[in-house]
Design a protein around this ligand. Structure first.
Ligand code: DHB
Ligand code: FE
Length: 289
């Protein structure tokens, strides 16, 4: 059977991708951020999954205001990069896992969660920046991402967005789905986006490091209670784009302890401010073998 072995949490910012693509990772502004991911890059080389179920948000690149799916699962064989602003990044296309994705879609939909099935989709910085931070530079001419990726897009851009509780419950359903797939795959579930940031309005530039630290503490130790936090608190304390953090509850809900297993090991915890307008948070939680 397939197994969720770990969950990984990573913030995104388009400028991080550009800094890496333009060879600026050792510049004074970026060096502390990229060096914070060195140990994580070493960890994932040693714990290379077969598939990453990557929870992220699209920023009007794959979807527009024409159609706004709350939860969308990518079932395609591959996904090209796309982006607003700087344009598509020079990174490899993402190779999917259509069979596992179709199985998860069937299991989760029949477990009462409505997903949009997406057979053709481009993926933006919400997905490619976390991949780049965890895997480093991969030249699309000569290399590929080291694992397959099932993109799972969540609407956190246009109100109404899903509640933390629904995201957490969905994570549990995703774990049940993966655990019932009849092939011995090592699967990681990633939650991305956040931490505190606000990109527009009078509070643009807002960072709340104390609140971010408490969010990380609670995500590790009391995720079910954290899932009850209302949207208004994310927006008030972590800024309008801080709402991206509800996606981390999907990954946390897929961990073994939530289903009665032992607590995960905290392999990695890192926090850095600033990256563009955003606080960058990072965790790796490993399930016991
Ligand atoms: C930034 C952050 C985001 O989450 C995003 O989607 C775009 C830009 C930023 O901090 O620049
Ligand atoms: Fe974003």
């Amino acid at each position: 059977m397939a197994r969720v072995t770990a969950s990984v949490y990573v913030s995104h910012v388009p400028a991080i991708g550009v800094a890496q693509d333009q060879g600026k990772t050792q510049e004074p502004y970026w060096q502390p951020l990229f060096s914070g991911f060195e140990r994580s890059k070493a960890w994932i080389k040693e714990h290379r999954p077969d598939v990453v179920f990557l929870v992220y948000n699209d920023h009007a690149n794959a979807f527009s205001l024409d159609i706004i799916p709350t939860f969308a699962i990518g079932t395609a064989a591959e996904f090209p990069p796309a982006d607003e602003g700087w344009g598509p990044r020079p990174v490899p296309k993402v190779i999917g896992h259509p069979e596992l994705a179709a199985h998860i879609a069937q299991s989760v939909i029949q477990d009462d969660f409505d997903l949009t099935i997406v057979n053709k989709m481009a993926v933006d910085h919400g997905l490619t920046v976390p991949l780049s931070l965890m895997c480093g530079v991969v030249d699309p001419a000569h290399g590929a991402w080291p694992f397959r990726v099932i993109p799972f897009a969540v609407n956190v851009v246009q109100y109404p967005v899903p509640s933390g509780r629904r995201c957490f419950e969905l994570g549990k359903a995703i774990r049940r789905a993966i655990s019932s797939y009849d092939e011995p795959l090592d699967v990681q579930v990633w939650g991305t986006g956040g931490m505190s940031h606000q990109l527009q309005g009078p509070r643009a530039g807002l960072i709340n490091s104390e609140w971010d630290a408490r969010f990380l503490d609670r995500l590790i130790a009391e995720p079910a209670a954290l899932a009850g936090m209302p949207h208004i608190e994310y927006v008030r304390e972590a800024g309008s784009e801080g709402i991206e953090l509800v996606m981390w509850l999907i990954a946390r809900g897929a961990m073994a302890d939530v289903a009665g297993g032992p607590p995960p090991t905290v392999v990695r915890r890192f926090y850095h401010v600033p990256a563009s307008n955003t606080a960058v948070g990072h965790l790796i939680l490993e399930n016991a073998t």
